[in-house]
Design a protein around this ligand. Structure first.
Ligand SMILES: [Zn+2]
Length: 427
């Protein structure tokens, strides 16, 4: 399938950070064939997408999510992390089944696509169910089975191994990372086991790190070391995706940087659960790779990457007293290229450039809050809303357009989820 975007404004986020007016962007076999001021004569598209009053930009990479938690949206708000997790979330999650998780994942994926996310890094369980939702929807995903300690360890460990063997495909739409839920839900033998899997299969670890002060401080009290130090000692940190890192120390940041780990920053979740403020500007100043995520929608409560980009930028300005901290362009790179790097997809997506996958979104510029067009980086981060997304394409396939999902039966998904809710999934 050959598609031509006919003269949109283009925010490439490529190495030269090109911004183009009235450009031609050609897509062939899932890849970007050309980005040009001139329409190549030899290109005969199967479809032409008009670009007038439209902004074409790379699809967003949500670097920390729990897709099936869409079924828990707006349930049990107003608690701190420990109370929320152990007294509300974990008990309901014990009642989930594979079918519910598949439909909840589809609801989460539909939300992502409608809000401009083309690739998502996720942690949950029932990986076969989430993988089925990924395959049928056509979104890109890095899934991970978050292993915990205690009674569930063996089951979780086996499922982690099976998920990698069955679904991990370098270069594919679906990749699988090694998952560890967190320090406070596991123990040293679990870390050793997950580190072993990471090494054996050559996949990074996706793990929650120092999300709350309580979690961080209790770890130091128990082990005499921070979670980051412990994970570093256990060999878990190399190229890891470390979600949150709100309470990491300066020494922890050195370790993260040396291990080429990526911090997945989730500003909305951190604000809502009163977890605190990650020192993202300082991390970036040190050279640490930082991507942006939403976290699951039960702690957000929407997988809105536009909001996450804006919060990332403006929180760091307030936190550092420096209005130059985390510019709009930097927030965009975090939500695209830097996330793609952490997913092992740095050469594959995150920018609009020849040879890259055609993972792109089209935004409606014909709205009062999208005018004038002084600075398109600022527009995309500070002004744009998810509702401005009119088209989402992954690997050259249009998966969402003008409110319509081309691969997901959204009415069936909503009916299934409503059915589970009314079947007393919740207490
Ligand atoms: Zn999380």
């Amino acid at each position: 399938m050959k598609i031509l975007f006919d003269r949109p404004t283009v925010l490439t986020l490529d190495k030269d950070e090109r911004v183009l007016d009235d450009a031609y962007v050609g897509v062939s076999d899932g890849r970007i064939l050309f980005v040009s001021d001139e329409k190549p004569d030899e290109f005969t598209p199967d479809r032409i997408i008009p670009g007038h009053n439209r902004l074409l930009m790379p699809g967003l990479v949500n670097l920390h999510h729990h897709l099936p938690m869409s079924v828990l949206r707006n349930y049990a708000d107003g608690h701190d992390l420990q109370d929320w997790l152990f007294n509300y979330i974990f008990p309901v999650e014990e009642r989930l089944d594979a079918r519910c998780v598949e439909y909840a994942a589809l609801l989460g994926i539909a939300e992502c696509l409608s809000m401009g996310t083309t690739s998502v890094t996720d942690m949950y369980y029932f990986i076969d169910s989430i993988a089925a939702a990924v395959y049928s929807s056509g979104i890109k995903a890095n899934l991970s089975r978050g292993v915990q300690g205690g009674d569930g360890f063996e089951k979780g460990y086996n499922e982690l191994v099976e998920s990698i063997v069955n679904h991990h495909k370098p270069g594919g739409l679906l990749r699988v990372d090694a998952g560890l839920h967190g320090e406070y839900t596991s123990s040293p033998p679990v870390w050793e086991a997950v580190a072993g899997i990471s090494k054996k299969f050559g996949v990074p670890v996706h793990v929650h790190v120092s999300e709350t002060a309580r979690e961080h401080d209790e770890c130091v009290k128990k082990y005499g070391k921070t979670p980051t130090r412990l994970f570093s000692d256990a060999g878990l940190l190399n190229n890891a995706i470390c979600a949150h890192c709100v309470h990491v120390t300066d020494g922890d940041m050195e370790l993260l940087n040396a291990a080429r780990a990526t911090v997945a920053h989730n500003p909305a979740s951190n604000l809502k659960l009163a977890s605190g403020f990650a020192r993202v500007a300082q991390m970036r100043g040190m050279g640490i790779n930082v991507g942006i995520g939403t976290d699951g929608v039960s702690s957000n409560n929407a997988a809105d990457m536009f909001e996450a980009m804006k919060l990332t930028s403006i929180i760091q300005k307030a936190l550092t007293g420096n209005p130059m901290a985390i510019s709009a362009a930097e927030a965009l790179r975090m939500a695209t290229q830097y996330g793609a790097i952490a997913q092992g997809r740095g050469d594959e997506c995150g920018m609009i450039a020849e040879g890259y996958d055609a993972d792109m979104i089209l935004l409606d510029l014909d709205k009062p809050h999208m005018r004038p067009l002084h600075d398109l980086h600022s527009l995309a981060v500070y002004s744009a809303k998810p509702g401005d997304v009119v088209l989402t394409m992954v690997r050259g396939r249009v998966l969402y357009e003008n409110g319509v999902f081309t691969t997901i039966d959204i009415e069936k998904v909503k009916a299934e989820i409503d059915g589970y809710v009314s079947k007393k999934l919740f207490i």
